[in-house]
Design a protein around this ligand. Structure first.
Ligand code: ATP
Length: 239
């Protein structure tokens, strides 16, 4: 296809001091796609997401978003380009209510659509409606993850980035979260997800990438990678 990718990462190198965390990473996400990046703990997945925000900065390569090189954009301005990051470990505001946390998601775009969008979030995440007046600190881990995703969506992003949404959650909760992500994608959202949970991440994804020691080792459709023997051996317990 000749459609330019929404996110087009080309030949990116990233260092922490003398340590090279990303090596010549290239990866694309098309508008409307769900793309998953899988890899072991320490492979460099979080570093790639943080590199999109310039922290740390890529030392070489290009990071094109809707044709604009994000390396030229200051970190605080990146969210307003239409990228929302749901960080690892959720990071909701513990002393704010669910509703106040959702409102924080509108900071980059203003409150014009807030009421309508909040109603949409409560449709997607009925648990959040039930808990709308509670402090975020009183929510379970799964509910906090839902809140973090909903807050990201409140900014009406063109691209939703998720860092390990399954982290520390019980399998049944992980299943719920991925079911909701599938619905979010069905409604048209473009999603780039990094995960150690290869099974869920590849089942959800249109396409996937496998990262090993800062290098993209393999790419293919979600189905191709799920049935690939090397992937099964390394990330799916060999089953
Ligand atoms: P995780 O699932 O644990 O977040 P990951 O695949 O996201 O793993 P990164 O956190 O991106 O991996 O780490 C990639 C490499 O960079 C690792 O070797 C890690 O030790 C190193 N690293 C990460 N953050 C820093 C830092 N602030 N300073 C130095 N080295 C770092």
């Amino acid at each position: 296809s000749t459609t330019p990718a929404l996110l087009d990462i080309r030949n990116v190198d990233t260092f922490y001091g003398p340590i090279q965390a990303l090596r010549n990473v290239s990866l694309t996400v098309q508008e409307g796609e769900i793309v998953s990046l899988i890899g072991a703990n320490g492979a460099g997945k979080s570093t790639l997401l943080m590199t999109l925000f310039g922290q740390p900065k890529a030392s070489s390569g290009q990071i094109l978003f809707a044709g604009e090189d994000l390396r030229e954009v200051n970190t605080p301005d990146i969210a307003s380009k239409g990228i929302a990051l749901v960080p690892e470990g959720r990071h909701v505001f513990p002393h704010m209510t669910v509703e106040e946390n959702l409102m924080m998601g509108t900071v980059a775009i203003g409150t014009e659509h807030a009421e309508e969008d909040m109603a949409r979030m409560y449709e997607l995440f009925p648990r959040l409606r039930e808990r709308s007046g509670q402090r975020a600190s009183t929510l379970s881990g799964g509910e906090q993850q839902m809140l973090a995703i909903a807050r990201g969506l409140m900014s009406r992003p063109r691209l939703l980035l998720l860092d390990e949404p399954s982290l520390g959650l019980a399998p049944i909760i992980v299943k719920q979260i991925f079911k909701i992500l599938r619905e979010v994608a069905r409604q048209g959202m473009t999603i780039f997800l990094v995960e150690q949970n290869a099974n869920h991440a590849l089942k959800l994804a249109d396409r996937g990438y496998v990262m090993v020691n800062g290098v993209i080792r393999m790419t293919g459709t979600g189905d191709d990678l799920l049935t690939n023997s090397e992937v099964r051996e390394a990330y799916l317990g060999g089953h």
